[in-house]
Write a protein that binds this ligand. Sequence first.
Ligand SMILES: O=C[C@H](O)COP(=O)(O)O
Length: 252
Amino acid sequence: MRKNIVAGNWKMNTTVPEGVKLAKEVNDAVAAAKDLKCEVVIGVPFTHLTAVKAVIDINKVGLAAENCAAKDKGAYTGEVSAAMVASTGANYVILGHSERREYFNETPEMLKEKVDLALANGLKVIFCCGESLELRENGTYKEYIKSEIEGSLFHLSADQFANIVIAYEPIWAIGTGKTATSDQAEEVHAVIRGLVADKYGKQVADDTTILYGGSCKPANAPELFSKPDIDGGLIGGASLKADSFMGIVTAF
Ligand SMILES: O=C[C@H](O)COP(=O)(O)O
């Protein structure tokens, strides 16, 4: 049976003290909440991981890095390896976000290396995929998403794939206030689950958590999460305030 997950992605926001304060607020709200129907994860900048880990209960609030290197160690100035992330106590890493693909030229091949290193170091992966407005409008978005998933994930064994969470994030909906409708999101989520079923079988597909991301807010989360193949969200802007993030966490 798959888990519902709501994960925050703080992106390049908050100083360390601000991030620690926000993490404490989320941790306290999760601890006080009754009958939560999802796992909660916060994705924070590398600089925050150790300090945030110290103020959360990792059994109640998962901790994600927002990236890791495609190399295991060595002379790569400024890079942060999967082993370094894991050594902070983080248990997740977000990989393949469209902002990294676009601004830092991350390719499916590079992401495949990152996925392998993350899994080898015991991290679970939140793997992002999603199409541009151009691909949405010319109707090739499903083929594009298929290529993103096949190119970076389908070399994995079924056992390895159990540690993958997929996040569908249409680029045209990220930070724009323009959410995909629940039907538009459900269509793609069902396609993704079908791809996983074709590759790994129905049981693995049924067990795979598929998140939606893109202007998800407390007001639209209940409708999105009511769809059968939408198992939660990857939340950007609305994860930067504990109140709005918890409004989504409690939307199931
Ligand atoms: O990773 C999160 C997504 O980019 C969504 O960001 P957003 O909620 O600010 O649209």
